[in-house]
Design a protein. Structure first.
Length: 116
C-alpha cells in the first residue's frame, strides 16, 4: 500500500467568495499559506507569490530576527575593535614615555655603557 500524495485544494468559485477583512468586497485572491480569501487591498506580492499580511509577517519574522542579531554582532565588534585600538596606542605611549630623556637629547650615546 503506497501513501497517498497530498491532494491539491478543490477548485473554488472565486467570484462567489468575499474578502475575510471586508465582507462587502469580492475576493480576488486566495492566500496559498492559510487558504483564506482576500480583496486587492489585503494581499501583497512577495517573491512571486500572493500572500496575506499575516502570512507575510510570519514569512519575514526569521529574517527580521536575523538582522537584529547581525546588528548586535556588528556593534559588539565595533566596540571591541575600538577598545583594542585604544589599548594598543595606550601601551605604545607608555613604552615611548619609558624611554630616558637622554635618548631624545642625543646625550645617551655620549656616556659610557653602564654609567648612566
Amino acid at each position: 500500500m503506497t501513501p497517498l500524495a497530498p491532494q491539491p485544494p478543490a477548485p473554488v468559485n472565486l467570484h462567489l467568495q468575499h474578502c475575510l477583512n471586508h465582507e462587502q468586497r469580492e475576493a480576488v485572491a486566495r492566500c496559498p499559506e492559510c487558504g483564506r480569501f482576500y480583496c486587492r487591498e489585503c494581499v501583497v506580492e512577495h517573491e512571486d507569490r500572493i500572500l496575506c499580511a499575516a502570512c507575510l509577517k510570519q514569512t519575514l519574522a526569521p529574517v527580521v530576527a536575523g538582522r537584529s542579531r547581525t546588528l548586535l554582532a556588528h556593534t559588539a565588534g565595533l566596540i571591541l575593535s575600538c577598545l583594542t585600538g585604544w589599548l594598543v596606542f595606550y601601551w605604545l605611549g607608555r613604552i615611548l614615555l619609558s624611554i630616558p630623556n637622554q635618548f631624545h637629547d642625543g646625550t645617551l650615546w655620549q656616556t659610557p655603557f653602564g654609567q648612566e
